[in-house]
Write a protein that binds this ligand. Structure first.
Ligand code: 6PG
Length: 236
């Protein structure tokens, strides 16, 4: 387990660095490649890059499977927005059955249980084997309050140590809609986590992490490498 930080000139460079890591991971592996996507707006640049002329043909879309680290659920307009972000960017590059969205619906608990069942099917077991990761790559963002996925400071879900997926009835930051999130054990079950952190708004949570504050984003540890990709604006 190791953690490192890379400061890049701007958000485009952060997206490019993540795209290049994904290409390398997919090239180095035979068979399926499981990628866990983060939500929010930061990944938009990366998704557009992956689906664009520079990277589209470098990726084995027929071997890639896309999962989500969290989702806005319930039945409001925000529900499913993380899925829509990926669908709109990737379009028909993703073969049918290769995008695994978190179900949305009136009860976050039912959505969480359904997604956990889907992850167990994907993994082929209901307990994580330290020799076999759940994902080949996990992408995460950093909220201005220090959350990641939908694991918020001061909320109980970040303390989940067994379940792979948790219901988050009360988000700790806007949009204050019910969420479903992968838990720390599930998010960490990968050789590589890439945090994509861009913009001056992320200086404050980064400073809190640097000061040693116990925040959910600081608790996430990959089985392998956890790399923070920051742009200059976020790094300060
Ligand atoms: C979500 C995300 C969340 C996000 C951070 C950063 O559903 O909102 O998963 O954890 O990654 O809040 O969001 P931005 O990229 O929009 O700053």
């Amino acid at each position: 387990m190791s953690a490192s930080r890379q400061v890049l000139p701007d958000a485009d460079a952060v997206a490019r660095a993540a795209a290049e890591r994904l290409v390398a991971i997919a090239a180095a592996k035979r068979g399926t490649v499981g990628v866990c996507l983060s939500g929010g707006s930061t990944p938009k640049l990366l998704y557009r890059l992956l689906a664009g002329p520079e990277f589209r043909d470098a990726l084995p879309w027929e071997r890639l499977h896309w999962f989500f680290g969290d989702e806005r659920v319930g039945d409001g307009k925000e529900a499913g927005s993380n899925r829509r972000l990926a669908e709109e960017a990737f379009g028909d590059l993703v073969p049918p059955g290769h995008l695994h969205p978190i179900p949305t619906g009136p009860t976050p608990q039912a959505c969480a249980e359904a997604y956990a069942a889907g992850l167990r099917d994907w993994y082929g077991a209901d307990r994580l084997d330290p020799g076999r990761p759940l994902f080949d790559l996990v992408l995460l963002g950093l909220g201005e309050d220090g959350h990641t996925a939908s694991l918020f400071p001061g909320k109980p879900e970040a303390g989940e140590e067994k379940a792979w997926v948790v219901a988050v009835p009360e988000a700790g930051l806007a949009p204050f809609v019910p969420r479903v999130s992968l838990s720390l054990p599930a998010l960490g079950a990968t050789p590589l986590i890439l945090f994509l952190v861009t913009g001056a708004g992320k200086r404050a949570p980064l400073a809190r992490l640097d000061a040693g504050e116990d925040l959910p984003s600081g608790r996430v540890k990959a089985w392998g490498e956890t790399v923070w990709l920051l742009d200059q604006a976020a790094a300060g």
